[in-house]
Design a protein around this ligand. Structure first.
Ligand code: BLA
Length: 520
């Protein structure tokens, strides 16, 4: 059994990926107690890597298996704050069938356990001058200023570096559906391009995505080779090891099936993390067996970080630029209200108006002390009034006093008929009782999404008649048209809405104090 629990796939999100009971065949795994260094878990394939049967290893101290040099390195790692990060891989000679072989030992700390993975070390990797290639790759990525070129060129660089048949830059949307936004292909293989295709969030379930935040590189080395079972000592404290950090963690049987349907033999993915969120993946496919040295995986991890850094710098630059422009308009509006002493004139006349502050505004409306004015193209004022009441009564966050939607017709049916010019809406309430408000509208965009296959799971009936859900088998194109959605309101725009609200309230305080003075 590869899993400690029965997995029936009614719900992919519950598959216990971390606790899988197998490792991939490219490594063997040994887990030791971090205090005593006694082996408590071991994979069955140790002969191939260490020349020792797993039964000769379990419940024995590490020092009887490894040479002194290696056990000394382990105690150095145990004493370090950042653990084994800077020591990995520890290169050691093992005698297998009378031959001395150099292996990579990769160590991670996991609670009271040390996980040791032993892999072959590729000669071509050690001799190929990767340092230089890396330096050049970093310099090239850092010199790319254009957003779209950044993706395409990085894909090409990664293919050159790794020799994979297909390298994709895969970006998640806010619901974790993914899009292939750039791709580099081996021209000799006549591969069908995936560039521009969308894949449903269910293809990479939540717990699989979360693992990328901890362990950023995932190699699935050869889907045709059976994995190796992990054996545990009866004296082990825990029955099931947590393999989150293990590079050789066995692969979900469902995902293996999926890759098989795609015709892929080997898949390598590297997390692209922005802030603390998974932004996307580099997804690499190969159509025949391929070994990937730990050193190369480490290098890809590093390039992923360089790429993320570069991306977030570009994003920060464009955020700053847009914020500056919006702030300029905001200040001009505030000043105009103060000067004209009238909120309507201040916001609707002059060189800057409500129509200028947010991009792609089709129309805007103000309601203040019972009077309503509109600009541009808007639904009728009584419809807007009803919308603002509906928002008030239906789950606006009362503290925030701001509401946004990029598909209001889906949330509030009466607005369906206005979605040509009012699919998106942003409302700011000027006072806590929601009596006065300003709102902006955005036009609906009709968008075609090409899915790389219908976003559905398949019911698979086995020969024994058991039924389960599996990955879909079809990757045939499927085009969906999405209507009734506007461009999204981004965080920068929402931030501007908050500050604009304060600017306007300050100007109104002036207005009220003047009204009060004239009345006295
Ligand atoms: C994992 N699914 C993945 C991964 C990718 C995809 C990239 C990460 C592991 C890897 O690099 O292979 C999906 N790969 C894609 C997509 C493209 C691609 C969309 O190249 C597009 C070009 N998968 C399903 C269903 C389930 C499922 C229905 O389709 C669940 C029942 C599960 N996918 C699944 C699981 C993993 C996964 C469990 C984690 C595999 C693992 O790490 O062990």
């Amino acid at each position: 059994e590869v899993y400690p629990y029965r997995v029936d796939l009614e719900n992919c999100e519950n598959e216990p990926l971390r606790h899988i009971r197998v490792v991939q065949s490219f490594a063997c795994l040994i887990a030791v107690d971090s205090d005593t260094l006694i082996v408590r878990h071991v994979s069955e394939n140790t002969d191939r890597f260490l020349g020792l049967h797993w039964e000769e290893i379990i419940d024995r101290p590490l020092s009887s298996i490894f040479n002194r040099d290696l056990t000394e390195q382990l105690s150095i790692g145990l004493g370090r704050e950042n653990g084994f990060e800077s020591l990995n891989p520890i290169q050691t000679l093992f005698t297998v069938n009378g031959q001395q072989l150099l292996k990579n030992v990769i160590v991670h700390r996991e609670g009271n356990r040390l996980l040791l993975e032993i892999e072959n070390s590729a000669d071509d990797f050690r001799t190929s001058g990767y340092q230089q290639i890396l330096a050049r790759a970093v310099a090239r990525i850092q010199n790319i200023n254009n957003h779209n070129r950044l993706f395409t060129e990085t894909a090409a660089i990664l293919r050159q570096l790794t020799g994979y048949d297909r390298v994709m830059v895969y970006r998640f949307d806010k619901n974790y559906n993914g899009e292939v936004i750039a791709e580099s292909l081996n021209k000799d293989k006549n591969l069908e391009p995936f560039h521009g295709l969308f894949y449903p969030h269910t293809d990479i379930p939540k717990q699989a995505r979360e693992l990328y935040l901890k362990n950023r590189v995932r190699l699935i080395s050869d889907i045709t080779v059976p994995p190796s079972n992990i054996r545990s000592s009866p004296q082990a404290e825990e029955k099931y090891l947590d393999l989150s950090m293990a590079g050789s963690r066995g692969v979900s049987p469902i995902h293996l099936e999926y890759l098989g349907y795609m015709g892929v033999n080997n898949s390598l993915s590297v997390a692209i993390i922005l802030g603390d969120k998974l932004w996307g993946l580099f997804a690499l496919h190969h159509y025949s067996p391929k070994t990937v040295d730990y050193g190369l995986r480490n290098l890809l991890l590093f390039l992923g970080q360089i790429f993320s850094g570069h991306l977030s710098m570009q994003a920060a630059g464009s955020y700053r630029e847009k914020t500056l422009t919006r702030n300029l308009v905001r200040l001009a509006l505030g000043e105009h209200i103060s000067k004209t002493r009238d909120i309507f004139t201040g916001l609707t006349e002059g060189s800057y108006t409500l129509m200028n502050i947010f991009a792609e505004t089709s129309g805007a409306a103000i309601s203040f002390e019972g009077r309503v004015e509109t600009m541009g193209e808007t639904p009728p004022t009584d419809a807007i009034q009803k919308l603002t009441n509906w928002v008030t009564n239906n789950g606006v966050d009362h503290d925030s006093l701001i509401y946004t939607s990029d598909s209001i017709g889906k949330e509030y049916k009466p607005f369906q008929s206005y979605c040509d010019y009012a699919a998106g809406v942003l409302i700011i309430y000027l006072n806590p009782d929601h009596a006065d408000w300003i709102c902006w509208f955005r036009p609906g965009l009709s968008r075609k999404i090409t899915w790389g296959g219908k976003p559905e799971k398949e019911l698979i009936v086995s020969e024994q008649g058991t039924r389960r859900l599996g990955p879909r088998r079809s990757f045939e194109r499927y085009v969906e048209t999405v209507d009734g959605c506007s461009a999204p309101w981004d965080q920068g725009e929402i931030d501007t809405a908050y500050t604009l609200r304060i600017t306007i309230i300050n100007s109104m305080i002036q207005h009220y104090s003047e009204v009060k003075q004239t009345n006295e």
